[in-house]
Design a protein around this ligand. Sequence first.
Ligand code: ACO
Length: 318
Amino acid sequence: MRNARISGTGGYLPENVVTNADLEKKVDTSDQWIQDRTGIKKRHIAEDSETTCDLAEKASRQAMETAGLGPEDIDMVIVATTTPDRIFPSTACLLQQRLGIHGGAAFDVQAVCTGFIYALSIAEKFIQTGAANNVLVVGAETLSRIVNWADRTTCVLFGDGAGAIILGASDKPGILSAHLHADGAYENLLTVPAGVSEGYENPAFIEMKGNEVFKMAVNTLGRIVDETLDANNMQKSDIDWLIPHQANIRIINATAKKLGMSMDNVVVTVGEHGNTSAASVPLALNTAVRDGRIQRGETLLLEAFGGGFTWGAVLIKY
Ligand code: ACO
């Protein structure tokens, strides 16, 4: 079977920045509380006229440029998002036509914060089997549209953004393994209880039992790391970089501790943009590739946990 390797990365954050001090003026919170409990300093919020597809387009163009590929080279587009532009067409189809890509499959994946890990794993299968050669995989969100800006327990946590990669067929190693899981029994701990079929009697806002989500996330992420290492006969010390979902610095610290990893080898961007759901892992990856921390040949562990619950990990030889 063919290898699936990352050939380019990109990222984009909206220009409009909302700091913790800005939120102090809207709800009963403080910069100190937000930083102590979450590590978040600011978040980027899309303008009213700016959509998920707009953010995805900017990140995608950067990833394609880095990979040295044009629209004619991309034969599949997958967008992981919880905040699509429209009910349909999918954001992937909207993005495809923006980028001048035609004919190949294009579809969205909904696995909330684990969406990018799911999308990456799907892309890998298409490349391995020869069904695609260069897949544009995007995580993009305008979560600000489903945040209740009067609820201090959630509004301080989330932000908007997009990250993208090109996954291409290669004779060099790339994705070593992918591990996806879900358990819908936990649907009520983290949800937006509104939708096309259930209806929109109330505004569609994120509702979360933060404490319970926190405990589940820490335990589950510890287990998925072990599962991934066992499947590859690897030791914790074989991982060069941990690239976790950027939800909360305390969850990231706990996972790094379980891995026995120094925080020097963990990519942390949550302070700069908060929880951007499906965009968070590719944004963190792009940051560390562009600033030169991540080098070719290194071993990366990407992991995420999110609503559903969904969770997953991908081990990569970069
Ligand atoms: N500012 C000030 N005080 C606050 C705020 C705020 N923004 N939010 C809550 N508080 C108060 C609470 O009301 C509570 O007050 P009380 O003791 O008087 O009742 C107190 O702070 C402690 O609240 P807790 O909820 O126990 O605080 P906790 O330490 O658990 O931190 C947090 C809350 C940050 C939400 C944490 O539980 C968390 O990070 N959970 C995981 C969230 C997460 O990662 N979600 C995303 C994963 S999936 C995805 O990405 C979609």
